[in-house]
Design a protein around this ligand. Structure first.
Ligand SMILES: [Zn+2]
Length: 509
């Protein structure tokens, strides 16, 4: 008799320090069989693509339900989530009476919904209502997931990305499918063991190709070789731009039992992560705004230079409408920057019909009225109507700097966008200011292909600021690094098995 696995997903990374809720129309809805065509086109890098590929190799029948995702933004509106749960119920109801052998569900792991304290748990609970507690349920997570112990309790397997920047989404799906196959062959439910570490970590300081995170991740990957009871191991780096009680770093394994030797090994890794917390925060160079401007003034003009406006990074949840670095450039009378982009729908609407003309504009804080504003003369030197990424987009020359002014938020995934706008992303005559945290792989590849080239993070303000002390957290457990310098630090060991929390113990550090 064939094996049948239900799949679906709900992905959103929600920044609770972003004052705007995510826009309902930014969510992509794919349901039923359309999920397969989506996975072979736009969704080809989604973890479900790996799940489907691996399961079909083993002759497993896949039942698709509903897959919904949106770019990182502020919290998800209640109406979107309620509609999601209702829509997910429909295929689940239809499948009642069908023999299901398992569920593999894609979750981001750091979704926040207004009015729902643990939305991802609600998704899992809804699935359990229909499929019961007996069949294995595996969830996949982003590396920046921050699940609650109740969510850990409700599933049989957690499998997260191992890389940042993320390159292993498909192989994460394959791991999830292989974990399901192993769980399906076990006579008993597995045990999930997690150790939460009192550490909030911006993703920029957890890049897995850099020390010390590279070495930490290598230890995590070795776990399944060291102890054959370990079926899966992940290090969730958490998500510090949400005031979520589970936002911290969390080491989590799926195992056949929780031997004291395994717990000791996990505790050793967790302690070592906490002990290098300051090194993690120093693992990449970060310039202040003043240092960045000084570097630009004194730079060697042959060097291709990229600066990342890390506090206003849309792929970490920020608004992308801030002008902190533009303001500093104007103030310092520095020329040659390309600001890519600054979201400014009011300016675009005002200046759109003035190609070639100079007019006075106001930029900054156009989405949520937060942050500085500059009032300045701008010459409209480029116009792109309904650009695929930016919507209506203008190129403005402001005091010898180019500003790409868009009507929509643009994730800085690929330099091809700059090329399409007629700006050469390899031209060292420009200093590129990207609304980005760490550079995405395509930009990293571009910088590797140009010699000499260099990039820096700039510690700007905004809803993805690297200075976590600028946020007023109410819900994270204290003490926690870097909000606190010292205190009674402790790990929390949580062991769950078959829908129960078996142990939840603090371990003094
Ligand atoms: Zn992530």
């Amino acid at each position: 008799m064939s094996t049948t696995v239900l799949i679906g997903g709900f992905w959103h990374e929600s920044d609770t320090f972003n004052p705007m809720e995510a826009t309902p129309f930014s969510f992509d809805w794919v349901d039923g069989q359309d999920i397969f065509s989506w996975l072979s086109a736009d969704g080809s890098q989604n973890e479900l693509a790996g799940v489907v590929a691996e399961l079909s190799q083993h002759g497993v029948v896949v039942e698709p339900t509903l897959a919904v995702s949106a770019p990182v933004a502020g919290p998800i509106p209640d109406e979107v989530f309620v509609r999601y749960l209702k829509s997910l119920s429909e295929p689940l109801r239809r499948l009642r009476g069908t023999k299901l052998d398992g569920v593999i569900f894609g979750l981001h792991g750091s979704s926040t919904v207004s009015g729902h304290p643990d939305a991802q748990l609600e998704v899992v609970q809804l699935l359990r209502t229909y499929v019961g507690n007996d069949i294995p349920m595996v969830v996949t997570f982003d590396l920046h997931a921050s699940p609650s112990p109740e969510l850990q309790k409700a599933v049989d397997g957690i499998v997260a990305y191992h890389t940042a920047p993320h390159r292993d989404m498909v192989s994460t799906g394959q791991r999830a499918a292989r974990l399901f196959l192993r769980l399906a062959s076990l006579p008993t439910k597995p045990t999930l063991i997690s150790l939460t570490i009192p550490l909030l970590l911006p993703g920029e300081f957890g890049q897995t190709d850099m020390a010390p995170m590279h070495q930490i991740m290598a230890q995590v990957l070795r776990l399944s070789h060291l102890d054959d009871a370990v079926l899966e191991a992940s290090l969730l780096q958490g998500y510090p731009w949400a005031d979520n009680p589970h936002a911290m770093v969390n080491l989590i394994v799926v195992a056949r039992g929780a031997s004291s030797a395994l717990i000791e090994t996990l505790e050793t890794i967790a302690r070592s992560i906490f002990s290098v917390r300051q090194r993690l925060y120093r693992s990449v160079p970060v310039l202040s705004v003043a240092e960045a401007m000084d570097f630009v003034v004194h730079r060697d003009p042959r060097i291709l230079l990229y600066l990342c406006d890390s506090g206003d990074n849309p792929t970490a949840g920020a608004l992308e409408d801030r002008v902190d670095l533009l303001e500093a450039a104007i103030h310092g009378q520095i020329r040659g920057f390309v600001f890519a982009p600054i979201v400014a729908p009011l300016t675009v609407a005002l200046a759109k019909s003035h190609l070639g003309s100079t007019l006075s504009v106001s930029l900054g804080g156009q989405l949520a009225d937060v942050g500085p504003r500059v009032d300045v003369d701008a010459t409209v030197v480029g116009r792109f109507d309904n650009d695929e990424l930016g919507g209506d987009t203008l190129i403005l020359n402001i005091r010898g700097n180019l500003v790409v002014a868009t009507t929509r938020r643009v994730p800085m995934h690929s330099p091809k966008w700059l090329d399409d706008l007629g700006i050469d992303p390899k031209d060292p005559a420009n200093v590129f200011v990207l609304k980005s945290g760490y550079l995405f792989p395509d930009y990293q590849d571009l910088l590797t292909s140009v010699d000499p080239a260099i990039s820096f993070l700039v510690a700007t303000s905004g809803a993805s600021s690297l200075d976590l002390n600028t946020f007023s957290y109410q819900r994270v457990p204290r003490p926690i690094y870097p909000l606190d310098d010292s205190g009674h630090w402790s790990l929390t060991l949580t062991i769950t098995h078959g829908g129960h929390i078996e142990q939840m113990t603090p371990i003094v550090l």
